[in-house]
Design a protein around this ligand. Structure first.
Ligand SMILES: [Zn+2]
Length: 138
């Protein structure tokens, strides 16, 4: 279940035993999935916080936090492992797990919110004019 908070999206916690083949290669990512700048954090101190690891959870190997607002995708890895990294990178590219649509849904909702915000701003501020100066001298 993805957690969407302040435009950030907790895409996946790859737990031990979660097969790398769990990615849905058949459906692929949404066609208009945005390009996200990927940063990989290996063995980062903030791993547990970023990956929402609870003491009762299975060992989490990695997770992906996508932020559509900032167009970033942060991958957290418990340790350096190509298979886990490949899995998480696919999430950054918009791939969901087979049988899930968390990323697809979150992206659609984000777009809806953005459209609504734009529409609200246009109607809420009728006749507003912005005059741009040359800067303020101290
Ligand atoms: Zn995953």
């Amino acid at each position: 279940m993805p957690l969407v908070r302040h435009g950030a999206l907790f895409a996946c916690a790859l737990v031990a035993g979660c097969a790398v083949t769990a990615i849905d290669h058949e459906s692929g990512p949404p066609e208009d999935w945005p390009a996200l700048a990927v940063t990989v954090h290996e063995r980062a101190p903030e791993f547990d916080t970023a990956c929402k690891v609870s003491s009762h959870a299975m060992p989490v190997l990695g997770c992906t936090v996508a932020n559509f607002e900032r167009r970033t995708c942060n991958i957290y890895l418990r340790f350096s492992a190509d298979a886990v990294l490949d899995h998480e990178r696919l999430h950054c590219l918009g791939y969901d797990h087979a049988g899930e649509a968390g990323l697809r849904t979150a992206w659609a909702r984000y777009k809806e919110r953005e459209q609504l915000r734009t529409a609200t701003r246009l109607t809420a501020l009728p006749g507003v004019q912005t005059i741009k100066g040359n800067g303020i001298d101290p």
